[in-house]
Write a protein that binds this ligand. Structure first.
Ligand code: PAF
Length: 295
């Protein structure tokens, strides 16, 4: 496994390989969610490349960039076991040299949900992912469904900017109690970790209501809000029932929706989501989306 922080060395290693290259971009502190993406890439591609880069530009001024968990040695051990070929660990100085002034912005899709609560976040994400794509030049790139809006935004960027890359969205991987795997789970106290199980319980409640025939988006939202309100340690930032492709809020009845939420436990902000209803023909539910095994 080649491990390098240098873009030039990455490019040379990439160019020396023929056949399909699958790419998993990460910010490190890897867990089973990341490894599920790596395994999917390993199944589908001749070469697998992973980047580890905690991208400063996608964190707001009051967010957790400084404290974002890091453990490069452990990450590399995990990736070695998965038979990854190339690990690129660029530095911030290499990614954002002095005078850097070019940004990639996806417009409408970045406005609601995370965009409202984390201004500037998606500009950081799309800019760094575009730079990672340009250097790694993968045929396929793998992202998790937990960050559903990020996945949609990246798909849009890829289409709009003609990146010759297939974006593959893989199911959310959950802990035994249902909490979606996230590097940020490591911030949770034991009590908050227990309390955070309410996210998955709430999404399952909404799904059961939908499957029992509840199609009114406002009532589905209320079911979620009531469930979250039953957990005193949970502070809700948003619960949204949206079109899974446009992310427009649905206010009437719906046969297909993305139900997503952001909730704070202590100082830790967690997000989660579920799709209810028939799969759409594109976006998150396209042919490469195999669904969430926990649904
Ligand atoms: O999902 C993440 O870990 C990050 O947003 C990504 C895609 C690696 C970009 O920094």
């Amino acid at each position: 496994m080649l491990v390098t922080p240098h873009t030039e060395e990455l490019r040379e290693a990439r160019n020396a390989r023929d056949g399909s290259l699958g790419f998993v971009p990460t910010m490190g502190f890897l867990h089973e969610g990341h490894l599920s993406l790596v395994r999917r890439a390993r199944e589908e591609c001749k070469t697998v490349a992973v980047s580890i880069f905690a991208n400063p530009t996608q964190f707001g001024a009051n967010e957790d960039f400084a404290s974002y968990p890091r453990d490069l040695q452990h990450d590399l051990e995990l990736l070695e076991k998965e038979k990854v070929d190339i690990v690129w660990t660029p530095t911030a100085a290499e990614m954002y040299p002095p005078g850097f002034q070019t940004w990639v912005d996806v417009k409408n899709l970045t406005v609601p949900l995370e965009g409202t609560h984390r201004p500037g976040h998606f500009t950081g994400v799309t800019t760094v992912v575009a730079k990672l794509f340009n250097s790694v030049q993968p045929q396929r790139a793998y992202f998790g469904h937990k960050d559903a809006q990020q996945a949609l935004v990246i798909k849009k960027m890829v289409r709009d900017l003609n990146f010759p890359i297939e974006v593959i969205i893989c199911p959310t991987i959950r802990e035994e109690g249902g909490l979606a795997m996230s590097s940020r789970n490591s911030y949770l106290s034991d009590d908050d970790h227990e309390a955070a199980k309410i996210l998955w319980l709430t999404l399952k409640l909404v799904k059961v209501a939908f499957d029992d025939g509840q199609r009114n988006a406002q009532l589905l939202r209320e079911i979620a809000m009531r469930s979250l309100a039953s957990e005193p340690r949970a502070t809700v930032q948003y619960v949204a029932v949206t079109d899974p492709e446009t992310l427009a809020e649905i206010n009437s009845s719906t046969n297909h929706a993305l139900v997503s939420m952001a909730v704070v436990f202590g100082k830790t902000r967690l997000i989660d989501n579920i799709i209810v209803g028939a799969p759409a023909t594109v976006s998150l539910a396209d042919s490469s989306f195999k669904g969430d095994s926990c649904y």
